[in-house]
Design a protein around this ligand. Structure first.
Ligand code: GUN
Ligand code: ZN
Length: 434
């Protein structure tokens, strides 16, 4: 019989708290030769191999990854699974991009068999890229969420998803109503929220595609189900912001539309947050609402540059997202690479520690899941990624010239992508392996 204790030996890095840009931060733990011990999918112990080897449980299976770095599973706090087949679509900015590519693609998710096939591919792709948890948009069709949750449940993944609410300013074939938005979401919440590792997110697409009646229904759902998520977009693109000002003249700002309908609170997660002001950021902080930095999408659909520093200084929780298909890749390692370049363009800094924190424990905090995932604290779920530090000739060569842990990690992140991911483990089991 297979042992229920599994010990993974490699270099191990994780965060205990936010390291900010402190290169000497006490909030990280690094073992150049470490062991992560798991039992039935949970973390039991982390330490130096030298010490732990002597005291491993007798029936423990040891899995050794020399020249590899083990980190917590990456957390993508904003992504659209139905947009997998339109990733890398040419030439449009947000509003035209939605009309030209997104809406026709999402139409196909009325067909559950299609949705299931895309969901399987999408989850394979996440795991190939080291992402083990995500906050995921479905489409307006309840079947899209059924298919996604079924696929995620079969793999025992910790995932959050929801049916899109949109009852105006989109093609008739994609519209729901305030009533069906409410009843369909309620049915999905009752069936899926809190089932195994799955959670539900009430998901209005963005303010322009929901009537006031529908936003009020979203607020009603949140009142009835205090621990479900709220997932939407805000202040991504200038034309969108101007449109919202026209549609909701009674609101002080785009963010204020959501505040007026009672949508801002802990577990509310807003993608983009690019064109906000100080009052908006203060409102997000006081309500416990999280912002998602989507570097690839900021650049790919040309929306603007998220200011991580202003957002963090305002005490807003921040996660990292790919926003596929607005973003043109699944890899959060590539996302970190673009995040760094965006902060450079803003004349600020992003340390390797801060960047990897955002993709792990920071993401878990943004999702209020830091009691379950995000680092290797004892008792947490054993979701982790094994990165090959010799994945490419260039990485191998560059790492020979690094002096400090920060230099090494920075090189790994700036040169890294899916080629580095040797394995992704979900609750202590390999869900992807090269
Ligand atoms: N705003 C409203 N819908 C979308 C979407 O699908 N993607 C992005 N990036 N922004 C949106
Ligand atoms: Zn998005």
């Amino acid at each position: 019989m297979k042992s229920v204790y599994l010990a993974f030996r490699a270099a191990v890095l994780h965060f205990l708290d936010d390291p900010d840009n402190d290169l000497e931060s006490p909030h990280l733990e690094y073992f150049p030769d470490g062991i992560l011990l798991t039992h039935q999918g949970y973390i039991v112990e982390l330490g130096a191999a030298e010490q732990m080897l002597a005291s491993l449980p007798a029936d423990c299976e040891l899995i050794h990854y020399p020249d590899h770095l083990l980190i917590p599973g990456l957390i993508d706090t904003h992504i659209h699974y139905p947009q997998t087949d339109m990733i890398a679509a040419y030439g449009e900015q947000l509003l035209q991009w939605l009309e030209t590519y997104t809406f026709p693609t999402e139409r196909q998710f009325a067909d559950k068999a299609h949705a299931r096939e895309v969901a399987e591919f999408f989850l394979d792709e996440l795991l190939r890229n080291g992402t083990t948890t995500a906050l995921v948009f479905g489409t307006v069709h309840p079947a899209s969420v059924e298919a996604f949750f079924e696929a995620a449940e079969a793999r025992n993944l910790r995932m959050i998803a929801g049916k899109v609410l949109m009852d105006r300013h989109c093609p008739a074939y994609l519209q729901d109503t305030p009533e069906t938005a409410y009843t369909d979401s309620k049915t999905l919440i009752e069936k899926w929220h809190g089932r195994g590792r799955l959670s539900y997110a009430v998901t209005p697409r963005f303010a322009p595609t929901s009537s006031r009646e529908q936003l009020a229904k979203a607020g009603e759902l949140l009142t009835e189900y205090p621990d479900v998520y709220l997932h939407t977009h805000v202040a991504e693109n200038h034309a969108e912001v101007a449109w919202v000002a026209d549609l909701f003249p009674e609101s002080r700002s785009y963010l204020d539309v959501y505040q007026q309908y009672g949508l801002l609170r802990p577990r509310a997660v807003l993608a983009h947050c690019i064109h906000l002001d100080a009052e908006d950021r203060a409102c997000m902080a006081t309500t416990g609402t999280a912002a998602v930095f989507c570097p690839s999408s900021n650049l790919f659909i040309g929306s603007g540059l998220f200011d991580l520093h202003l957002t963090k200084e305002a005490d807003v929780r921040v996660g990292l997202g790919t926003d596929v298909g607005g973003g043109n890749y699944f890899s959060l390692l590539r996302g970190i690479n673009d995040a760094y370049k965006i902060t450079q363009l803003l004349g600020k800094k992003l340390s390797a520690f801060q960047a990897l924190y955002l993709a792990t424990l920071g993401g878990a905090k943004a999702l209020y899941l830091d009691d379950k995932i995000g680092n290797f604290a004892v008792g947490k779920e054993a979701d982790f990624v094994v990165l090959n530090l010799k994945a490419t000739p260039l990485l191998t060569r560059r790492l020979q010239h690094c002096q400090s842990l920060h230099d090494q990690l920075f090189a790994i992140l700036m040169l890294g992508d899916d080629r580095l991911v040797t394995a992704s483990y979900v609750m202590g089991k390999a869900a992807f392996k090269v």
